[in-house]
Design a protein around this ligand. Sequence first.
Ligand SMILES: [Zn+2]
Length: 274
Amino acid sequence: MIQDILPHKLINHYDPLKKADEDSLVIVIRENDVMVRGDLYPRKSELNNGDDLTFLFSLEGENDYYLLDVTGIDYEAPEGYEFVNIREFRRSGNAKKHRVFLAYTALQLARWYRDNTYCGRCGRKTYKDDKERAIRCECGNVIYPRVVPAVIVGITNGDKILVTQYKTGYAHYALVAGFTEIGETLEETVAREAMEETGLKVKNIRYYKSQPWGIVDDILVGFYCDVDGDDTIKMDESELKVAEWRSREDVILQPDEYSLTNEMMKMFKEGKSI
Ligand SMILES: [Zn+2]
């Protein structure tokens, strides 16, 4: 999965006292694009404008990473570098996984800083906290990075699993999935999404693994469950174009091994304990 980057290790502890030096690595973001040369990020010394850098995180054994968000700013990439859409960066197959994971995480933080330039409570300009990763306002409002829970659901039916395809967007096979709503437990989200997308009742809901998915601020939580009773699928046609039972050998995996969804389909396909 995208976060499985051994032997690398992300150290996400925020240190407000850290200051970039010429060798610091900088992830330059412009909206949903990331600035790279191949899959490499620039050092501060290579930048035309390295003044307004915010500490992001560290990767064990490397220099610290800083953020430069140039969204809405007239900014020219230094020679050899180009802005690449983050989804293309992932799907090109040319980028090392840990660099894609760093880009996803940096993009989430960049968007969080950008979206909270002004206080949503009183409208004043906000400022960065000097002790923790938080944004503050004079009115007392404290804003932390937002992490949105969503579930991935592997519904099994004996030797079959329910696979889906979205009507628009991501073209490959997936599993039932959806966001947790206010006042809901994760298990309730699983049961509701299964019912909404496929018309199925489920039982034996069991946790598998989770995955940070920064591009949409998510923490994805994977569950397997069994169909309960009638296995007739009533697909939500507003969201899906495919929802069907597939036997193990007929499960088609995604083209890369980044997503929790893909790992869950793979586990089932290979007959591993779930
Ligand atoms: Zn305020």
